[in-house]
Design a binder for this molecule. Sequence first.
Ligand code: TNX
Length: 517
Amino acid sequence: KLFHLAQVLFIATMLVSCKTPSPKDLSKENLIPKPSQLVATGSSFDWTHKTKIYVQADYQESQDIAQYLADLIAPATGFQTEVKAVKDPLSKRGIILLTSETNKALGDEGYQLEITEKRVVLEAYQLAGLFRGVQTIRQLLPARIESKDLQEGPWELASGRIEDKPEYGYRGAMLDVVRHFFDVDDVKRFIDLIAAYKMNVLHLHLTDDQGWRIEIKSWPNLTAHGGSTQVDGGKGGFYTQSDYAEIVKYAGARYITVIPEIDMPGHTNAALASYAELNADNKARELYTGTDVGFSTLDANKAITYKFIDDVIGELAAITPGEYIHIGGDESDATKKNDYIKFVNRVQEIVNAHGKKMMGWADISAANLKENTIAQFWHTKTQTALDAVNQNVKIIMSPARRAYMDIQYDSLCPLGLHWAGYTEVDDAYDWTLETNVDGIGKESILGIEAPLWTETVETIDDIEYMVFPRLPGYAELGWSNHPDKSWEEYKIRLGKQKSRFEFMGINYYPSALVPWE
Ligand code: TNX
């Protein structure tokens, strides 16, 4: 009898211990970008169907962020996590999201996360900080949290404390929606992917030789005709102003600023094909579906040119809440140097007159730039960026050889270009913004942007293949500041993102340099 009882007890303990999860260690969690400070305390918080999220009663936006988190975990967990606005969230057990003046030192996007067995307390100074912190909570949950289908729990978060804030205030990605057009849903997917890695800028390249992708009500032929094709002659497309507003809103709910680009005076064939009067010879150009650059230009010496730009920038500024309008300015090989300078100076005035600051590819440093203008460095040659810095203009780092997501990983890569060489996942990560250009130090740099040009990129699957797995590295370069940063350490964390990528349904390039597990 006794022996029997012992046996039953033994089996019972076994069952219980199988259910008892092994202790979680916050310091072993796999976070990208790597947080500034982290202390593990060796236990865990268990998110169950009973867990609620508490926010401050007076902030609608923090309720929206809490609801975003609840929605994010719903498909995999099956939980309908309730969001409750209460007077004193800190008096509750569960997940607590709050902003407070006392967290000022965390800056606009920093956050602090305190996880115990009873509570997950996410605090920030600003709402953007809460949103970034939610992405950390997301990565602390098991990778299968990303699944669209119901998964088995438990849903534990390792306990401890994280204090985290970004090194750079500008961490972006660009999507070229001209060379191939991508619809609103594709852009939303792109936004979700960059948001997961705490990026905060989406630069949309909206116009180029091959197409005009944004409705301008006062110049309707830009989209009616200029938007009707793309590289290799597909049907192209464009965003109505309400589509654009929807993108801006979707990005805004993820604390991502949209920076729209109207590329000029070069890269303007679609406009020149749509309106004869924009051409020096008053003859409309043919639509263009090739991939050459540097052959088109607006006429810097015609009054109608500036009327056109004033209308375009005016309409765009009115639907763009962000402070910047990007005016391109790259590769204007068909524009005479003096005309180019005159043109950029004029356009800078127009952008400012509509209440926005100007951003442009660093080529614009040939003109007289205002100090609140931003130059985006992309070239393999560095002089343009140095000329900008000499005018006290701040720089966004997008060096083609490191940060262009359309550049092939290697010579076998089925997509992409290789004019800037090849950019394997280690090349994409193993550099720093501050040491990239001799003479351009941290004080001149606002941050990083990784552009995706789409001459060879046609579908959302193609986008994902070129963007992943390079993008998490760019996000980390902009966010984290670790003196001991190294590719050897990073690649382990990246390799552990594999199952997360897979549950997120990301079509990533499985680089042989990364120890995928
Ligand atoms: C250069 S980068 C361009 C784009 C091309 C890209 C292809 C820049 C400012 N201009 O027009 O799409 O190379 O990598």
